[in-house]
Design a protein around this ligand. Structure first.
Ligand code: XMP
Length: 511
């Protein structure tokens, strides 16, 4: 799987993950590593090529991240992007100018398409520029391959030494056909074959897990989310009944979700599954609690307690399965230290479980690659593409105190909303959508009767990173259908409102 590798040295740029993804999209495996990786380690990894990312520093900054000059002597092709290009130029004897004017935005860049790196482009192309400093003079042995009016050397090359630099960002969508630059580097310069495909990941991973675990026993906390589900299925295919999954059903999942998880894992995949129906316990602890953060804390702690009790019954295990994925690894310090993803984002490393080693089968994969692997393994599409669901579940979608009756109202309303969104084919374009049971009661009229009942709020957002998002412009006729079904089919709801706030200033969840 990893015989053809591109190493991405991270100099702190905001697009480092994106570069890794773009390389993988070209069917070449890539890894993001810290910029100060040792020369020995690089040799050991034996990459076909190296990419230096951009970064926020100035090469003249006091703590500017630097690289060793020897890296340019290894004979491995290197592409420096933005800061990466400036660092390459400075280290090899060129000059970088600390400008005081920033060049930002998609910019018309003049191209010398005789360069192997820029083959296939016209004489100009729109690329995203985002920099202040720039290379004023290229090092000896290099030549200029692109420029803009305010950046005389927007690209440089030394083909004999296979060293290339570009000031612009080919990895972002703002650059027109930027992927071609990456392909040129991978295939024209590094001579990669592009034979890495995600579909081979599943089979290779199962084989490796078999070898690693042998006859050992493994334990996995299953949440029904995509990461823990794919991890569990991989493990189960590798070690069968030596894997036990504990699924703590806190009763705060969406309508029928607990049963669906059980059906898939117990019946479809024949996994050793322990489902703990702990709704009563959770509701007891949550009774009368209205503060959102307290709710989260209670659920987190109770979750650990239930898991612990079940794990103790099993005794010691050899491996604890974690659904850590690649962005977690990168964000936590680039593989220098491993992150342990906690179940439902609560608590930390479950030290109460008696295990010898952690196993993280998805450590090298991005989310979309995890999904592809899930489909490959035969996990149903609706689970693989499940929208994000918060660990504390519906507890933070019932505003105020939680009761079983309120949960039933919310589950029914939410299920109608989801059904209608799916029917309208909007489930692929809206990234998260759900109902909220507000603690507002208002007056209504049904038949000839006055009612005094709950208000349901509908929330739907479009986002890629969930850090910011816009409210979704769901067509009125669909909103009308949802509203009418909810007030007609769900008891104790007489009003439905639609949340038209983006994030920021509002968050996606109401609590
Ligand atoms: P907010 O509400 O902060 O949510 O805009 C951003 C994303 O995070 C999810 N979320 C949570 N996930 N535990 C989780 O596992 C939580 O306590 C939690 N709170 C919010 C939310 O659903 C959205 O996708």
């Amino acid at each position: 799987m990893k015989n053809e590798l591109i190493l991405i040295l991270d100099f702190g740029g905001q697009y480092n993950q994106l570069i890794a993804r773009r390389v993988r999209e070209c069917n070449v495996y890539s890894e993001v590593v810290p910029y100060d990786i040792s020369i020995e380690k690089i040799k050991e990894k034996n990459p076909k090529g190296i990419i230096f990312t951009g970064g926020p520093a100035s090469v003249y900054g006091k703590d500017a991240p630097k690289c060793k000059k020897e890296i340019f002597e290894l004979g491995i092709p290197i592409l420096g992007i933005c800061y990466g290009m400036q660092l390459m130029a400075l280290t090899l004897g060129g000059n970088v100018l600390s400008a005081n004017k920033r060049e930002y935005g998609t910019t018309e860049v003049s191209i010398d398409n005789t360069s192997l790196l820029l083959q296939g482009f016209e004489s100009t192309n729109g690329f995203l520029m985002s920099h202040t400093d720039y290379v004023e003079t290229v090092p000896e042995g290099f030549r200029k391959i692109s420029s803009t009016p305010s950046c005389p050397n927007a690209g440089m090359e030394n083909p004999e030494k296979k060293l290339y630099g570009i000031q612009f960002h080919p990895e972002v969508n703002h650059s027109i056909n930027g992927i071609q630059v990456i392909k040129n580097f991978l295939f024209n310069i590094c001579h990669c074959t592009g034979d890495w495909i995600i579909s081979s990941f599943a089979q290779e991973s199962i084989q490796k897990l078999k070898e690693k675990i042998g006859n050992g026993k493994a334990l996995c906390a299953l949440s029904g989310g995509v990461d823990s589900s794919v991890s569990a299925i991989l493990l189960s295919k590798a070690i069968g009944k030596n894997l036990t999954c504990i699924f703590v059903d806190h009763g705060l999942l969406r309508k029928n979700e607990g049963d669906e998880v059980e059906e898939i894992f117990r019946n479809q995949f024949d996994i050793n599954l322990i489902r703990v129906n702990a709704k009563e316990r959770f509701l007891e602890k949550l009774a009368g609690v209205t503060d959102p953060e307290k709710k989260r804390k209670i659920i987190g702690e109770e979750f650990i307690r239930v898991f612990e009790e079940e794990a103790k019954k099993l005794g010691s295990v050899d491996f604890l399965v974690q659904g850590t994925i690649y962005p977690d690894v990168i964000e936590s310090g680039l593989g220098k230290s491993s992150v342990i993803k906690s179940h439902h984002n609560v608590g930390g490393l479950p030290d109460y479980v008696d295990f010898k080693e952690i196993v993280e089968p998805l450590r090298d994969l991005f989310k979309d690659e995890v999904r592809k692997t899930g489909l490959e393994l035969g996990i149903p599409e609706n689970l693989v593409y499940r929208q994000p669901f918060p660990g504390p579940g519906l507890a933070i979608r019932v505003i105020g105190d939680i009761t079983d009756d309120k949960l039933t109202i919310l589950k029914d309303a939410d299920s109608i909303f989801r059904e209608e969104i799916a029917k309208a084919g909007l489930h692929k374009s809206i990234n998260q959508y759900f109902a909220v049971l507000t603690n507002l009661k208002s007056v209504g009229v049904m038949g000839d009767e006055r009612t005094y009942d709950y208000t349901i709020a509908l929330r739907a957002v479009e986002t890629t990173d969930f850090m910011t998002g816009i409210w979704s412009k769901i067509p009125y006729d669909i909103l009308e259908k949802v509203s009418s079904r909810i007030v007609n089919e769900v008891n104790h709801v007489n009003r439905v409102v639609y949340d038209i706030t983006s994030k920021p200033p509002a968050t996606i969840e109401w609590e």
